[in-house]
Design a protein around this ligand. Structure first.
Ligand code: SF4
Length: 62
């Protein structure tokens, strides 16, 4: 599976980073960086949590 970010939609809330800190982080400019777009089996739960917690639905798993 792969994490896909709709960057224009992202507002930099950072809630996804709290849900999945191994997969993403906000950089110094408040831009979300996906550290690993490919999501392994062990990270699916965290990735799903990040998708669910985003208040503007900017993340999805494909
Ligand atoms: S929670 Fe959503 S809006 Fe906030 S940084 Fe993550 S993807 Fe962007």
């Amino acid at each position: 599976m792969r994490l896909v970010l709709d960057r224009p939609r992202c507002e930099g809330h950072g809630l996804c980073e709290e849900a999945a800190p191994a997969l993403m982080h906000l950089d110094d400019d408040g831009e979300l960086v996906l550290d690993r777009e490919e999501v392994g089996d062990g990270d699916v739960a965290a990735a799903n949590a990040a998708v669910r917690v985003c208040p503007v639905a900017a993340l999805r798993l494909a």
